[in-house]
Design a protein around this ligand. Structure first.
Ligand code: ADP
Ligand code: MG
Length: 239
């Protein structure tokens, strides 16, 4: 087993008095793609928000490469090495593609470093280089998703968290997004994503967890979960 990039132990999370996550434990190793699958309302988005300190009521431990990050503010978590792409669209529509990318590096004071990182990202995402001066709001849904993922790389994160990256995209773009997730791994990133497109997400993953009602129910290598009859029945519409 590779060293853990992210280790979540016994995480609980609540909105006000309502308990949403119950004793969630999971790990993401170096250059590993880990997916959490689960039905709508299972708590997948809450899990990613909890890691990024966007939920006020949390308990347990969250470690990034062994360092406890539970109390850090989101911008400190970003600086420490976790990037987060939320479920809802998050590009700045009235800014150009390049300006959006620069926003991803707003914490960098070294402008030469920022320029070098933008250049690297342009090489990884040629479509964004072609559209550098186009307003982000005029991109297709899939291209906006690519921009969100590209922007997440500007702080050179160790871990990229993606909340339903394929949701609402045309089939061809769904493929492109999962290929991009594989590319992140090739770039040495660890990935934690949550998805409802179970079949495609598992096919693109190394390991996966199944979440139900705020708890982890199953954990296994992704190919094993694809073949698991419980997963097939509950999440892939097979009987
Ligand atoms: N801001 C919020 N305030 C109160 N309850 C919320 C809030 N966001 C989500 N919830 C509740 O938390 C549960 C888990 O939601 P969520 O994490 O979004 O699930 P998923 O991403 O798996 O669909 C749901 O019951 C949802 O209604
Ligand atoms: Mg969600």
């Amino acid at each position: 087993m590779s060293a853990a990039v992210l280790e979540v132990s016994d995480l609980g999370a609540s909105y006000g008095g309502r308990r949403i996550l119950e004793s969630v434990s999971l790990r993401v190793g170096a250059s590993e793609i880990v997916t959490v699958i689960g039905h709508n309302g299972a708590g997948k988005s809450t899990l990613l928000k909890s890691v990024f300190n966007l939920i006020p009521w949390r308990s347990g431990a969250i470690r990034l490469q062994g360092r406890d990050i539970l109390g850090l503010a989101p911008d400190r978590i970003l600086a420490a090495g976790i990037a987060y792409v939320p479920q809802s669209r998050s590009v700045f529509p009235k800014l150009t593609v390049d300006e959006n990318l620069r926003m991803g590096g707003y914490l960098l004071s070294d402008k030469a470093l920022l320029a070098a990182r933008i250049e690297k990202v342009r090489q990884l995402f040629p479509v964004l280089a072609e559209r550098a001066h186009q307003l982000a709001g005029t991109l297709s849904g899939g291209e906006q998703r690519m921009l969100e993922i590209a922007r997440a790389l500007l702080m050179d994160p160790k871990l990229v968290m993606l909340d339903e990256p394929s949701i609402g995209l045309a089939p061809r773009m769904v493929e492109a997004v999962f290929q991009t997730v594989g590319m992140l791994r090739n770039q040495g990133k660890a990935v934690l994503m949550v998805e409802q497109n179970v079949r495609k997400a598992l096919a693109a993953s190394d390991r996966a967890y199944v979440m139900e009602l705020g708890e982890i129910r199953l954990e296994d290598a992704a190919p094993a979960l694809i073949g698991d009859p419980r997963v097939a029945r509950l999440y892939m519409g097979r009987r």
